[in-house]
Design a protein around this ligand. Structure first.
Ligand code: FAD
Ligand code: UDP
Length: 393
């Protein structure tokens, strides 16, 4: 009996030593709070969760996916609630990353611009010139045409310069001037060059809106893709919660903030201007196809800038069609940072505060006040998350 007891004591002592060693090595998981469940917040949350951190994601809206949110409307058509979102990227890393969470439907976006009641390919290409001016130019002829009509600008300082410098005054006035005034409530000369520089000018007949290597839509929509990104045992998502309500109560090791940067700092330097939109959604019963392409731009007519018909984007087959008109406005949800020198200077003052804020990371279109596309936000979020994970290893 004594032998058995001795062996038992030895075994208990061994277990105790093992348990003590485990306790010493145990790392208490870090807790992160992520404000905003759009691309920026969701991607950072996923990366931190995979690194073992416990992540609480909140969003003041009642859904995830931020501005990329989509859902079926009452007639069963998949729509983008906050305007058309077309995924395109040249980044293999971003493409591979998102491909972990969705399959894709290949889709190349095409846009037509209405001038004097007629539809023309946009961005401006060879066919735009030929149809608009009754010409028969080939690619070299179109390039020579642009060269003849352009108003050279040196240096190119703003969005007016960008367009005049490449296509001259008539095309500027037909396609850009009034659209830009409507979209931003500003003259093109008041906007940084990068705004108009988003739109290429082509001497060839390529009529795609984007020429990126990867162009596709998440096969079951954006919201489903976000649900997959956020589906991790270390992630806890709560929607319908404003940061203002948890700010003073929540205990966390790190905060990732993807809302407007000026709001975070109580607008202490004044408000950063954002451009908002009113979305007018409409279902057209019995209409198989409303317009020939995904988006038609109305630079000179109406108070809205463009109409998008979702079936083109999603490939959905159904009776009836759903469209959205976008009406730019000053007040409302902050959809676009407004790229101007003055706004950039104001943002820099907030950025200085952000850099001095301990244990807080600011990332995304609103927190960085950058006119980011979705893929650029994903890339920014992956970079930020990589640095955060590395610094806590
Ligand atoms: P958001 O998607 O804005 O997410 C931020 C989230 O933070 C929001 O859900 C918000 O509710 C939440 N939040 C803010 N403040 C608080 C708070 N105090 N408390 C809690 N939550 C808060 N990009 C493309 O690549 N292709 C396109 O075709 C395209 N089309 C677009 C069309 C429109 C009309 C707009 C407005 C944008 C478009 N974009 C497009 C850009 C794209 O929407 C953004 O790049 C991307 O969605 C930004 O992600 P984000 O996470 O930075 O911001
Ligand atoms: N733009 C224009 N006419 C058009 C389309 C675009 O003048 O028909 C200008 C306008 O200033 C717009 C910018 O180009 O804000 C960028 O257009 P984009 O389609 O990239 O805007 P987004 O899809 O981000 O609203």
């Amino acid at each position: 009996i004594q032998g058995v007891l001795r062996r038992l004591h030895r075994r208990i002592a061994r277990y105790r030593r093992q348990a003590a060693r485990t306790m010493e090595n145990q790392v208490i998981p870090r807790k992160a709070l992520v404000v905003g469940a759009g691309f920026a917040g969701s991607v950072v949350a996923r990366e931190l969760a995979e690194a073992g951190q416990h992540v609480r994601v909140i969003d003041k809206r009642t859904h995830v996916a931020g501005n990329a949110f989509d859902e079926t409307d009452p007639q069963g058509v998949l729509i983008h609630n906050y305007g058309p979102h077309i995924f395109h990227t040249n980044s293999e890393r971003v493409w591979n990353y998102l491909s972990r969470f969705t399959e894709w439907r290949p889709y190349e976006h095409r846009v037509l611009g209405v001038v004097d009641g007629k539809l023309y390919p946009f961005p401006i290409n060879r066919d735009t010139l030929n149809r608009l001016y009754g010409l028969d130019l080939d690619e070299a002829g179109a390039a020579a045409y642009f060269e003849r009509v352009r108003e050279p600008r040196e240096p190119v300082l703003n969005s007016e310069d960008v367009v005049l410098n490449s296509v001259g005054r008539d095309l500027y006035e037909k396609f850009f001037l009034n659209y830009t005034r409507k979209q931003w409530g500003l003259e093109p000369s008041q906007l940084k060059a990068g705004v108009a520089a988003r739109i290429p000018v082509r001497a060839n007949a390529d009529d795609r809106y984007f020429t990126d290597k990867f162009q596709a839509m998440p096969i079951n929509g954006y919201t489903k893709m976000f649900e997959a990104i956020l589906d991790h045992p270390n992630i806890h998502v709560e929607v319908g919660i404003d940061f203002a309500h948890v700010r003073s109560q929540e205990v966390f090791d790190h905060l990732v903030y993807t809302g407007p940067i000026d709001a975070y700092f109580g607008y202490c330097h004044g408000r950063l201007p954002y451009r908002s939109l009113r979305f007018e959604h409409e279902h057209l019963p019995g209409v198989a196809q409303f317009q020939p392409v995904g988006t038609v731009n109305y630079p000179n007519d109406h108070a809205f800038t463009r109409i998008t018909e979702f079936k083109h984007l999603t490939g959905q087959q159904c009776a009836g069609s759903s469209i959205v008109r976008e009406y730019p406005q000053a007040e409302g949800d902050p959809y676009y940072p407004i790229p101007s020198d003055g706004n950039e200077a104001l943002f820099k003052r907030y950025q200085a505060l952000a850099e001095a804020e301990p244990n807080v990371t600011f990332v995304g279109r609103l927190a960085e006040y950058r006119y980011y596309n979705m893929d650029q936000v994903v890339a920014a979020a992956l970079a930020v998350a990589g640095r955060l994970v590395e610094s806590h290893r």
